[in-house]
Design a protein around this ligand. Structure first.
Ligand SMILES: [Zn+2]
Length: 534
């Protein structure tokens, strides 16, 4: 298989070549140098972190004929060469998954009794040892309780909790850790340099991140990505093949949740998918990222350094500061669900979108009970009001200005000077002006002007704190009253149909960058066109 090629080719030949796991190499090399090898080792840890590689190095070093034990394996003596070429008789590798019967283990025990053929030690590597049956474990236990002087057992497992305590207590145990991102990237870069292939650093980081600490997976992925020598492995190419989205999208979507900006978030998702990201993969990347945010929030930045670079850590730390703990956990759960959603419906992005909206709602939903249903004014779409009305008038008592009385301003009075409101807004913030322009005044309740907005997205934009503050200050300026706006969604007026009309609209959208932003980015619609008198 092509994906095995690079990995086999670049398998470490000496302890110095091993990436990560310094604690294991150090201890094993000391044991070798002092001639104090044990008879039973247990290597546990995630797949692809170098357990079998380390076991083979140990087997090779144990039988190496080089005079200085500290320099073993030498990779030049007969024994080393035989191991490297896979023809060394005293290295026996057993896959526990296919040797589960008692007979297998009994046969193994019988063979162990014989002295090594060539070297000083017979080394047995038992991979995935947790897959042994109970009887097989018993037989193995008997063997390692009284091992012959010439036998070394190296048991490897990804699931340490399935290995019986009786076995564990007889072994020297080493825990293999996921390999830090920067070490994987360095290794990939080195391999590519030797292979004469150019690659962008960001592409290598993406591959490394996908491999989640497994060097074997990283190298296999790399193998799938490189096709020809002349080609440069770009981030874009890596993303396209791996179906991943950019880190930027992942970070932005997290920011959109924190800001409660559903329009922006849905836009990020759409754009990523249009560019070829896989929605489940996107959800998975969100889970990875949010998990880092959680780790940094609870345990500090050092917990994240195995999986990200220094630059990325800055973003993670920011988000960790802003995200309330319980909302963060809920958000993680939502995206985890989307990542594991196996159904491939006709809307594959739906689970991702739901996870996003749910996260926004959970973070921004007011804790107060739902307000009573609004009077049946727009019957098909009930108005959703998530934010509370502004402070009650009596809270402002004592101010020099007269407090506004409920009903002190009428809808007609608001309408009368609305044009001034828009004009004043224009000088402050054009987007806010455009937002107000896309809504229509449907009434006044107390000191709140009720605006009907064409979409939920635009309603949320109006209600966004920053925008609302601008509007309120403008209203104060124009009407001399502390008024506020309350937005409702649902189009009360629909765009007139007809070719002439829609062409006119298209022209306006195309010619005005602000209108184009409103329509294309925010999902607004044009419902009234007025000629400008000036
Ligand atoms: Zn040697």
């Amino acid at each position: 298989m092509a994906s095995q090629a690079l990995y086999s080719k670049w398998r470490p030949m000496a302890f110095e070549d091993v990436v990560g796991q310094e604690h294991v190499t150090y201890t094993l090399r000391s044991a070798l140098a002092s001639g104090r090898l044990g008879h039973a080792y247990l290597f546990s840890g995630p797949r692809g972190t170098g357990k079998t590689t380390m076991a083979r190095l140990l087997a090779k070093a144990a039988n190496c004929q080089y005079p200085d034990p500290a320099a073993r394996p030498c990779n030049t003596c007969d024994h080393c060469l035989a191991v490297n070429e896979g023809r060394y008789l005293d290295l026996i590798e057993i896959d526990a998954a296919s040797h589960t019967s008692v007979d297998d283990v009994r046969e193994l025990r019988d063979r162990i009794a014989f002295a090594p053929n060539e070297g000083q030690y017979k080394v047995y590597i038992v991979d995935e040892v947790h897959r042994f049956s109970g009887a097989a474990f018993d037989a193995l236990l008997k063997t390692i309780e009284e091992p012959p002087a010439h036998a070394i057992f190296v048991l490897a497992t990804t699931e340490i909790h399935k290995v019986p305590q009786t076995i564990l207590s007889r072994c020297q145990r080493f825990d293999f850790r996921r390999i830090p991102l920067h070490q994987i990237v360095e290794r990939l870069a080195m391999i590519l340099e030797y292979e004469g292939i150019m690659a962008e650093q960001a592409a290598l980081e993406l591959v490394a991140r996908q491999a989640t600490g497994s060097l074997r997976d990283a190298i296999s992925l790399l193998d799938q990505l490189i096709t020809g020598q002349d080609e440069v492995l770009t981030l874009e190419l890596a993303q396209a093949i791996l179906g991943t989205t950019t880190d930027q999208s992942v970070r932005d979507l997290t920011s959109a949740i924190l800001m409660g900006d559903t329009g922006w978030g849905l836009d990020i998702i759409n754009r990523a998918l249009e560019e070829g990201s896989d929605p489940r993969q996107f959800a998975r990347q969100m889970v990875d990222y949010l998990r880092l945010v959680m780790l940094v929030q609870t345990g500090g930045p050092e917990l994240a350094t195995t999986t990200i670079t220094e630059d990325e850590l800055v973003f993670v730390e920011q988000h960790a500061e802003q995200f309330p703990r319980s909302a963060l956990l809920q958000t993680l759960r939502s995206f985890n669900e989307a990542a594991n959603d196996q159904r491939t419906g006709w809307q594959p992005q739906l689970p991702l979108e739901i996870a996003f909206i749910e996260s926004v709602d959970k973070l921004h939903a007011a804790p107060q009970p739902e307000p009573p249903p609004a009077p049946a004014q727009s019957s098909q779409r009930p108005a959703r009001e998530r934010r509370e009305a502004p402070p009650a008038p009596d809270e402002q008592a004592g101010d020099s200005e007269p407090p506004p009385q409920p009903g002190s301003i009428t809808t007609a009075q608001v309408q009368e000077r609305w044009r001034s409101v828009l004009k004043t807004c224009r000088s402050v913030d054009k987007v806010v002006e455009a937002l107000l322009n896309s809504g229509s005044i449907v009434g006044v309740e107390g000191n709140a002007i009720i605006l009907q907005m064409p979409s939920d997205m635009l309603r949320d934009k109006i209600e966004h704190d920053q925008n609302r503050q601008i509007i309120e200050s403008v209203l104060q300026q124009v009407y001399g009253l502390p008024l506020t706006v309350r937005a409702r969604a649902g189009s009360s007026v629909s765009v007139q149909s007809g070719n002439q009309r829609s062409r006119e609209i298209d022209d306006i959208v195309a010619s005005d960058p602000l209108v184009s932003f409103m329509v294309n980015e925010l999902g607004g619609s044009i419902k009234r066109i007025e000629s400008n008198e000036e």
